[in-house]
Design a protein around this ligand. Structure first.
Ligand SMILES: [Zn+2]
Length: 470
């Protein structure tokens, strides 16, 4: 048998569990797993002795910052981080300049990925222009994204055009999306409650990271829980499949568990900072650099339980780079600091480290980073699995390599990671997209423009739909 690539000596994590065998790749696809002593005529062999051979991560929540905020990062630098972090498919987010809200802006961003991305890609536009919802659905996208949050005191990262703040409007949009086969990602947030809560904190003069973290977590997460209850009820009322971003409170995890038991088509994601970066000590020592949001300690057990039992479906990074300057102001004026943290370069390794620490099984961790995001976002059998016929998107990892994350290794333009100084026990050594190396032995080797749109359909080409009226 003549094949392109044989990855020998490793433990291959297949859909039916880990297998001691050699993984075969041909024509950019997974061709099978064979016993060590089965001979093949392989054009290339990679020695993975003692290593895990895993599906690449499908990260459905990535802020590339291009176009409009390229001083933070761009598609090239984002996908360099993806390659180093074992992420073989990214889904970008619409809070760009211009925001991705219509056929023209989506066409523009598709062209940018096609020329710059090292890994496969898709993009989640905001469905805020009603007449563009159906036409954009015909261009190959797999999700829409909106924010229920309104920024107060800053103009980013939730710019006008990417939010829906009225429940009637939200239901109208869901009714339209329900006509497609596309999932609706929602950043849950109750702005009315937040206006009152943060108003009280700011009236006390507490514009610190601690004040900000406490406001977002106030009353045991009431701004999250109430919004998620609304989203779940509207998803049931409309039949629109929803995906809840930033799951982090005990009550909202319970609400999602109940909704799933009642047949609501809901998925949710945990972002890296919720399990790995949200102790009160992190808030105090890293301040604005640790925030996104803060998960009070009594919620963390519920998060891990939700990850273990499948209530929390997906691990996606919410990779959100900001410059040091945009963060530094937060020590004294946190409401002016840009919120969010970079995470795409290290999330898969942090999950594998959690496997080593016994927090998650290997099968569950791989399902959360690869199989389930692919399955729930319309890429079943194409991405996120080492099943025969799937794209050969592969990660080779050493589960016994202790090392320390440092700012010096960061491939983001911003040059920092909130995990600087953290020692973990697993290391990604190689990342392969459709049979081609994009990262090997510490070096990004992928080429800009190699990445293709990740979508169902034989030709895998983005098509440009037409629309009446803009
Ligand atoms: Zn985000």
């Amino acid at each position: 048998m003549s094949i392109d690539l044989r990855i020998s000596g490793g433990t291959v994590v297949t859909p039916s569990g880990p297998v001691e065998g050699d993984l075969l790749v041909h024509g950019g696809k997974v061709a099978g797993v064979v016993a060590r002593d089965v001979a093949t005529d392989a054009a290339r062999t990679i020695d993975a002795t003692g290593r895990l051979v895993l599906p690449g991560m499908v990260d459905v929540h990535v802020h590339t910052r291009e176009p409009g905020y390229e001083h933070k990062d761009d598609i090239l630098t984002t996908t360099r981080q993806a390659a180093a972090g074992g992420v073989t498919t990214i889904f970008g987010m619409p809070n760009l300049k211009p925001p991705t809200v219509d056929v023209d802006s989506l066409t523009d961003v598709f062209e940018r990925y096609a020329s710059s991305s090292l890994v496969d890609w898709n993009h989640n536009p905001a469905p805020t222009k009603f007449d563009h919802i159906i036409p954009m659905s015909e261009m190959g996208i797999r999700a829409y994204k909106i924010y229920m949050v309104v920024d107060t005191g800053r103009d980013y990262p939730h710019p006008a055009g990417t939010g829906i703040h009225d429940h009637g409007h939200l239901l109208q949009i869901m009714d339209q999306i329900a006509k497609t086969d596309i999932r609706f990602i929602i950043h849950p947030h109750d702005q009315g409650l937040m206006d009152y809560i943060e108003g009280e904190v700011l009236a006390r003069g507490d514009n610190t990271p601690e004040g900000y973290a406490s406001a977002y977590a106030a009353r045991e997460g009431v701004i999250w829980d109430t919004a998620i209850d609304v989203v779940l009820r509207l998803a049931e009322a409309s039949g629109c499949p929803v995906h809840i971003a930033h799951i982090q409170t005990r009550r909202s995890i319970e609400a999602v568990r109940r909704a799933k038991a009642n047949g609501v088509d809901v998925t949710c994601e945990v972002n890296h900072w919720a399990p790995f970066l949200s102790t009160w000590n992190d808030v105090q020592t890293l301040g604005p650099y640790a925030l996104s949001y803060w998960v009070p300690d009594d919620n963390r057990a519920a998060i891990w339980e939700g990850m273990r039992d499948g209530t929390i479906d997906i691990a996606s990074s919410d990779h959100a780079p900001h410059t040091r300057e945009e963060k530094e102001i937060g020590w004294t004026e946190m409401w002016k600091a840009h919120t969010g943290t970079p995470g795409i370069q290290y999330y898969y390794e942090l999950m594998l480290d959690a496997v080593n620490r016994g927090e998650l099984t290997l099968e569950r961790a791989v399902a959360m980073v690869s199989e389930i995001p692919a399955d729930k976002f319309g890429l079943a059998g194409i991405k996120g699995t080492l099943a025969v016929g799937a794209d050969a998107d592969i990660v080779i990892a050493d589960m016994g390599h202790e090392w320390t994350i440092t700012d010096e290794d960061v491939l983001s333009k911003t040059g920092w990671t909130p995990y600087n100084g953290r020692t973990i026990s697993a290391r990604i050594e190689r990342t392969i997209v459709r049979g081609h190396d994009v990262y090997a032995d510490g070096v990004v080797v992928g080429q800009p423009g190699f990445g293709k749109i990740a979508a169902a359909g034989a030709d895998r080409k983005a098509t440009v739909a037409t629309t009446e009226g803009n």
